[in-house]
Design a protein around this ligand. Structure first.
Ligand code: F6P
Length: 341
């Protein structure tokens, strides 16, 4: 079998570990693997490299993706889909292993329907892909954010300050909730539960009255105030139609300081959460998903996504997995809220 592999959408830690596992299993099953540069750009521009076991030496702990990534898909320009089919035929590929987030995997489902067979591997620090309990990169991001919150506590205490830390999480607050719980954030604000600014202010003031002058507020970039309670600036839209988030932390910090008079500082963790060495959990997950993806291709299970459910790797439908955003379960949201002052 000849397979193509690509990493698509925003990067995260663990992508190289997944590429390595796909290469290893393809070789073990007697197949050949071709890696496309910068996702579908590499297909459309015929930029590819043979991905052998040798090519993958040393990749397991490396952050980023050796193949590069982009948000380009064969649906953006007229004729791209035909070009992608032509490239597949030229290279005699049986199909593609797409390592992607929600958008890239929804695209892989559509491509499968349009005659370009794909298998999906879920990756995103946001962990918002359906039917899998974890996506590659999420655990690493939580570790980075929790470690940052630990550090912010000590400086907040030294200065008696409020520290707002904005973490990634576009539609779901998985990173904020887990890092907030692990790091002992005072308040955690997420897209799943729109917040009321007055309640946030009141909670911080209660805490001060009780003699706790340092407060850490963890806020997901996609957190929103409840309708009609407070307006924050609309985000810019990038050329792929994605809102460029980031800004709620700064707006919140300014408002907390203005209304309480307490010194407030804001830290935006941003891309630190997506870079660097993956945790052991992410390396193992990426390896298991990568091996399973190749087996699925050999079984002809095109249109499926490899998923983690109850610590087993299972095959689910790409279309179903990408239909709904996987939000934070109520029990975890309640756990984070249990520590509100
Ligand atoms: O989807 C993952 C994510 O990290 C989001 O949390 C964030 O909003 C987005 O990617 C930013 O992506 P980029 O700036 O690379 O387009």
């Amino acid at each position: 079998m000849r397979l193509g592999v690509l990493t698509s959408g925003g990067d995260c830690s663990g992508l190289n570990a997944a590429i390595r596992a796909v290469a290893r299993q393809t070789a073990a099953r007697g197949g050949e693997l071709i890696g496309f540069e910068d996702a579908w750009r590499g297909v459309l521009e015929r930029a590819w490299v043979p991905v052998t076991v040798e090519y993958c030496r040393g990749l397991l702990p490396r952050g980023g993706t050796v193949l590069g990534t982009s948000r380009i898909t064969p649906y953006q320009e007229e004729g791209d889909l035909d070009l992608a089919r032509a490239v597949r035929d030229e290279l005699d590929l049986d199909g593609f292993v797409v390592i992607g987030g929600n958008g890239s995997l929804a695209c892989a489902a559509r491509l499968t329907t349009d005659g370009i067979p794909c298998i999906g591997i879920p990756k995103t620090i946001d962990n918002d892909i359906g039917l899998t309990e974890h996506s590659i990169g999420f655990d690493t991001a939580v570790h980075v954010a929790a470690a940052a919150i630990d550090r912010l506590h000590t400086t907040a205490e030294a200065h008696d300050r409020v520290l707002v830390v904005e973490v990634m999480g576009r539609h779901a607050g998985h990173v904020a909730v887990r890092a907030g719980l692990a790091g002992g954030a005072t308040l955690t604000l997420v897209p799943e539960r729109p917040f009321v600014l007055d309640d946030v202010i009141a909670a911080i003031e209660r805490r001060h009255r009780a003699g706790r002058y340092a407060t850490v507020v963890a806020v997901a970039e996609g957190a929103l105030p409840a309708a009609g309670t407070w307006e924050i600036p609309e985000p810019e839209i990038d050329r792929f139609g994605h809102a460029r988030l980031g800004g709620v932390g700064a707006a919140l910090g300014a408002e907390i300081e203005r209304r309480t008079g307490y010194e407030t500082r804001v830290t935006v963790l941003g891309y630190v959460q997506r870079g660097g060495t993956p945790t052991a959990f992410d390396r193992v997950l990426a390896t298991r998903l990568g091996l399973a993806a190749v087996d699925a291709a050999y079984d002809g299970a095109w249109g499926s996504m490899m998923a983690l459910q109850a610590d087993r790797i299972v095959r689910v439908s790409l279309a179903e997995a990408t239909e709904a955003q996987a939000t934070v379960p109520e029990e975890l949201l309640d756990a984070a809220a249990a520590f509100f002052p």
